[in-house]
Write a protein that binds this ligand. Sequence first.
Ligand code: HSE
Length: 436
Amino acid sequence: MKTVKVGLIGFGTVGGGTVDILKNTLPEIQRRIGQTVEITIIAMRDLQRTRPVDTGDIPLTDQASDVVNHPDVEIVVELMGGTSVAKSLLETAIRNGKHVVTANKALIAEHGNELFALAEKHQVMIAYEAAVAGGIPIIKALREGLAGNRIEWLAGIINGTGNYILTEMKQPNADFYQVLKTAQELGYAEANPTFDVEGIDAAHKLTILASIAFGIELQFDKVYTEGISRVTADDIRYAEQMGYAVKHLGIASRTATGFSLRVHPTLIPDNVLIANVNGVMNAVMAYGNHVGPTMYYGPGAGAGPTASAVVADIIDVIRWKHQPTEDRVPALGFKADQMKNQPVVDIDEIETAYYIRCFALDHAGVLAKITTILADYEISVEHMLQEPSTNNSKDATLVMVTNTVKENKLNQALQTLQALDEIDGEIMRIRVDALG
Ligand code: HSE
């Protein structure tokens, strides 16, 4: 049986999972491809560090260049993360004629356009299924499974850590930072957890999804990005009382004036399927003009799920590597010369409904004053609830869900409200989407 030699760069959670799968599921993989896969070398930053799994007699090195320059390695699996060192290593690997499998969403989202061009020039593949939504084969689903459709929009819970935090915050007395710590211990969080909490990780993934859905270049810098750090347990509770779940969504859609690419907390009706996606689970909805609405669900982070996608990519590369480049599935699903760049609409221009929560002096006439200001901006209140002032606070909490309105108009109304003497603290607003 022919042996395909693989070199691994990065030996953390996902690296350990990959070694584990290639060791323990090898007979099944051999049955699929009629070849065997061998990990020939592993590069890890610190050879003294505890290894996530037993490596047996696989040679280890602390020099990643040993992997990308290894004469026998055909496929370089990059699991180190980061965008600068990883980029130059992969460029060397590509120039050396090696195929690449990566879980590095930041690298693909920020530098994918040039890396894919380089790979095409050198007739090698870059596979990146593990970069988005962990174990869900969403890249393959969008790029190949829905290839007969024009994708109209997609929306997804694409950060497992964020979804885990939002889910756990429903527990009484849950503490944001304690929950985040648990997510880190479970191997879900990024090396820099700000990427999870502030939406950057989700923005990387949305960039990739939008590109393969619409056939547009990767445009990470155009994605509007807002994280979950300002969402409170009370917001989640108020939303629930009004029939909504709070989810951190990545949304990509076509509008009359261009593409809307955004990542932010979103209230969604609690009776839609995706509202019930909890914990580390991810889900992506994609609407194709022929198929209609579809949804893909699975674990979005962790060793097994992410390594499952890495190994699927290794198998894919082995199956396709002898085909001429022009016959392979294009990296972003559309032929490179057919990628179209259309404008990305500014967040100010989107139209959506909003959840507004504010603390207002508990006096007669205050509510009328607030709704009058909203009416001045043609904003109507669809749902509302109020918690009266308590012994500890002279303020009532007012929570409203508005009709659909342009974001810049909503912002003007909120500015006017914020300036009122009767309003205390910062007004919270969360976008609302019915997803359909
Ligand atoms: N930190 C990421 C997440 C890992 O929580 O979704 C998978 O990309």
